[in-house]
Design a protein around this ligand. Structure first.
Ligand code: HEM
Length: 326
């Protein structure tokens, strides 16, 4: 479907266009959060979704159109996307991204080989999601013979039904392996638990719903696709715009590198501190704030600094508390 046509219609008619019977296309910034947000507008997913992964035997959180059943699936999956799960998996993602960079790295100091970023980003997406969902090291980026599974989502593969079946079979085999081991702890390391392990044998406390084998296969397959495909498209798109806009590329490069080691240091430190702790003002004399008697400019509520070799400062005094899940 050529979505440019929607844009033409929107320019003529306005931000809400009836593009087909019972189908409205919204083009406002607020529509996204209104439709997809937690409170949920009075909308229902279309029947098209029901055709998508039915070959796997049931619907996933993506394709389930019944609101109640969908809500159960979202509750079921939420521990996989919790803050502690994200934190535990962060080193794994960083490791896979590092290996991706090592693969792209030229042998010498000159420009290296040409890389198709739609493909390479898809392989990266699969490697990340394989690790997160199944605890597997796909090495799709590094090893060509491991790529057929990931190629299933590349339009160039052109064999949608057989490729989809291959993905379904793979997800089912992973579920089988984990169920057979009877021990989801097997996939647990000190710091992380793969998503599938978090889904197996978990009952919905509110309704008593228990996931079947098909639910586990469909949902893990959905997570692999949902996590790998849009991520790689956005990444490839971002790289496209950067390499076509030298000024933006230069700016982005400068922001993450070099003279900006200081910035990087700051960013990582600040991010780490806020990630690990709740932080608050400790209410103390040496709070670092301006106060009466400090003269012109010193009486406002700003952070106070004074001339020294660099600059003098005292405070702020803060208290930290370990963040939930840390
Ligand atoms: C840049 C990255 C991503 C983008 C742009 C993106 C975009 C989207 C969009 C637009 C939808 C709604 C699709 C629809 O209802 O038709 C969606 C759903 C979904 N995405 Fe993502 N996504 C991204 C990353 C991820 C990741 C990393 C995961 C991890 C597994 C994920 C899991 C899901 C799931 C499970 C759904 C179905 C949710 C539901 O309907 O309740 N996505 N995503």
């Amino acid at each position: 479907m050529d979505r440019h046509r929607f844009k033409q219609l929107i320019l003529i008619i306005g931000p809400i266009v009836r593009i087909a019977p019972n189908t409205l296309s919204f083009n406002t910034a607020s529509a996204l959060s209104t439709i997809y947000g937690p409170r949920g507008a009075n909308v229902k997913k279309g029947e098209w979704y029901r055709t998508f992964d039915i070959a796997a035997g049931t619907y996933s959180s993506f394709t389930e159109t019944d609101r109640e059943k969908h809500a159960i699936k979202r509750r079921w999956m939420s521990p996989a996307f919790s803050v502690d799960s994200m934190k535990a998996n962060e080193p794994l993602i960083i490791d896979i991204v590092e290996r991706f960079c090592e693969t792209l790295k030229p042998a010498d100091s000159g420009w290296g080989a040409k890389w198709n970023m739609s493909e390479m980003c898809t392989y990266l997406g699969f490697d990340i999601m394989g690790a997160l969902v199944f605890g597997c090291d796909f090495k799709t980026v590094q090893e060509k013979e491991n790529r057929p599974l990931a190629n299933s989502v590349l339009p160039a593969s052109g064999k949608s039904v057989s490729d989809n079946n291959r993905l379904i079979d793979y997800a089912s085999s992973q579920v089988e392996t984990q169920l057979a081991s009877g021990d989801s702890e097997k996939h647990t390391t000190e710091h992380r638990i793969d998503f599938l392990s978090r889904l197996i044998g978990v009952e919905d406390k509110k309704t008593g719903w228990n996931p079947t084998f098909a639910d586990l296969s469909t949902e893990s397959l959905n997570m692999i696709n949902a996590g790998a495909d849009p991520f790689s498209s956005v990444l490839a798109g971002a790289i496209f715009y950067l390499v076509h806009n030298p000024e933006a590329l230069e700016k982005a490069t400068a922001e993450v590198r070099g003279k900006n080691l200081a910035y990087l240091q700051l960013r990582i430190t600040l991010a780490r501190v806020l990630w690990r702790f709740d932080v608050r003002d400790a209410v103390d004399e040496r709070g670092g704030r301006g106060k009466k008697g400090l003269g012109v400019g010193g009486e406002r509520g700003e952070f106070q600094m004074w001339d020294a070799l660099g600059f003098g400062r005292d405070g702020p005094m803060v208290e930290v508390r370990v963040a939930r899940g840390e």
